[in-house]
Design a protein around this ligand. Sequence first.
Ligand code: ATP
Ligand code: MG
Length: 332
Amino acid sequence: MPFFSRDKRIISIDPSGKSIKVAQVKNRGAKRAPIIEAFFYEKLSGQDQLKEFLAKVQPKLDTKRSQIVLVIHGIQSIYRLLDLPRMDEVELEKAIRYEEEVYVPFPPEERVVDFKVLEERDTETLVALAGVRRSAIEELVAPFLDAGFGLTSAELAGLCLVNLFNFMRLDDPSKTVVLLDVGASFTEFVVVSQGIPFVIREINIGGDLFTEHLEDVLHLNGEEAELIKCNPGEREAEVKSALEPIFYRFAEEIKVSMEYTGHQSLGKVSKIFISGGGSRTPGLREYLEKSVGVPVLGWSALERFEIGKGIDKNSLEFRQDMIHACLGATIV
Ligand SMILES: Nc1ncnc2c1ncn2[C@@H]1O[C@H](COP(=O)(O)OP(=O)(O)OP(=O)(O)O)[C@@H](O)[C@H]1O
Ligand SMILES: [Mg+2]
């Protein structure tokens, strides 16, 4: 039996269809910065490559002494913040069963649901409810279980972002802000107010659609379009204007999502905090700022972490704007 409580190590795995990010972080209590002990990133084009990657990194991670969290997105997860009357635990369980019937629209045998009490007030309880489809999550976790990663939990990407945002204490917590993580295929849209995630939505637009759009408009193949999007050089003005129609669609989606937020009497959204590889797209931030009418700010995921010895610091810093969900899952 251990006599002293140990520092808590967490390994987080953030797989998208196109790439994977893995971080191992040692949490050392409230007063000391967590240490990033390991970080791996790889572009992937299929299941075989994923297998190879997992076999390669597994021996370099402390899987035996760590909790292992899988970040989930892109599989139609459902998140709902419930405002319920105060009740005891048994009643709450019953109330949740009822709410999941309403909000998690899968047949009962296909429903995987979990909840967490976020706040207890005088007469009400704020409860976060999350649900996914059983077959989708089973398919997602299978390669990790096969590779010997004993998963401790799965966490919605949107909640990981909120976790990191709260940890960083970037803004007046009483304000309502939007976190926008623009990935390859999806964008996570999250409304946070007083540290509480009120709305989480996945928008089906991301960096890869911007590339496809450039292919069409500028008559390029996929590789050329990706290259010019990431390094436009002299053609920056041309790239920005070619992307405007797709930026328009994106901004409209965001505005609709924000209007929905308005119904929840949270007050006006004061800022958008943007992250994800897609947030680097030339002209995107400026376009959103103008079209949505609120400041759009970038934020580094690394500021409150210590970077461990033996880590390729440059590679990590190069990705500091696209590892928010991955690092957010490691904070306890
Ligand atoms: N310099 C850059 N300029 C513009 N876009 C970029 C740049 N670098 C990367 N991207 C885009 O960022 C996307 C990848 O970002 P990120 O790693 O955040 O996504 P992901 O987590 O793999 O995907 P998802 O979150 O959708 O599952 C790709 O679409 C890529 O084209
Ligand atoms: Mg992502």
